[in-house]
Design a protein around this ligand. Sequence first.
Ligand code: CA
Length: 251
Amino acid sequence: MGDARVGLVIEDDHDIRELVRVVLTQAGFDVIATSTGAEGVLAAKNSDPAVITLDLGLPDIDGFEVARQIRQFSDAYIVMLTARAEELDTLIGLESGADDYLTKPFRPRELRARVAAMMRRPRSTAELANGAAAPSGAANNAKSYRHNGLDLSYDSRTVAVDGNELSLTRTEFDLLYALLEAGRMVRTKADLVRRLRDEPYDVGSYISEADERSVEVHMGNLRKKLGDSAQNPRWLQTVRGVGYRLAPEQR
Ligand code: CA
């Protein structure tokens, strides 16, 4: 592996592909660009990208299926680029393993900001060792948590339930970490969106309804992987209309 991290663009529209290539190059990535889903999956396998931008409407396989296939072997940060008419579909995209989405047309600096925020969220021990910064909420205070049979280690970015290690995406890990860190305090969906964007909880930046729904989808995915129950939660308690908090300790 070289020094620069790889960014992979999967996009059949030439103009958008070149725009994204420029943004990622300026952000310091070695960029690989592909124009079909099949090529994209293959490139993801061969180049171990840190970031992938994924068009939903591709000429061969659709973006959902591409995300699902890539998630089998990669924990890259996947951001879906969707046309406005496809906005509802973004939720399905997140269910299939994407981390985030942007609606076209998007401003290049918006994509740059999302990617930069995500790269501040380390994904492995190796990256931590390489000096990647801890997320703002955890500033230099990396921790481990144990709660109702779940063990989370921030240092190794691992989660185990009853001793069995789970494979979480970065986004799922960061959401779980945010709730463990908050203890029994409720985190609103807006709080959690800001957390994923590496913004402080108390800034007044605009969070859309779709952003909040994306947190619901990630929480749903996380709940499934944990084997947790929404009705009788061991970890993830929904506070209706507000957000989430950690379920009480069970004795
Ligand atoms: Ca397209």
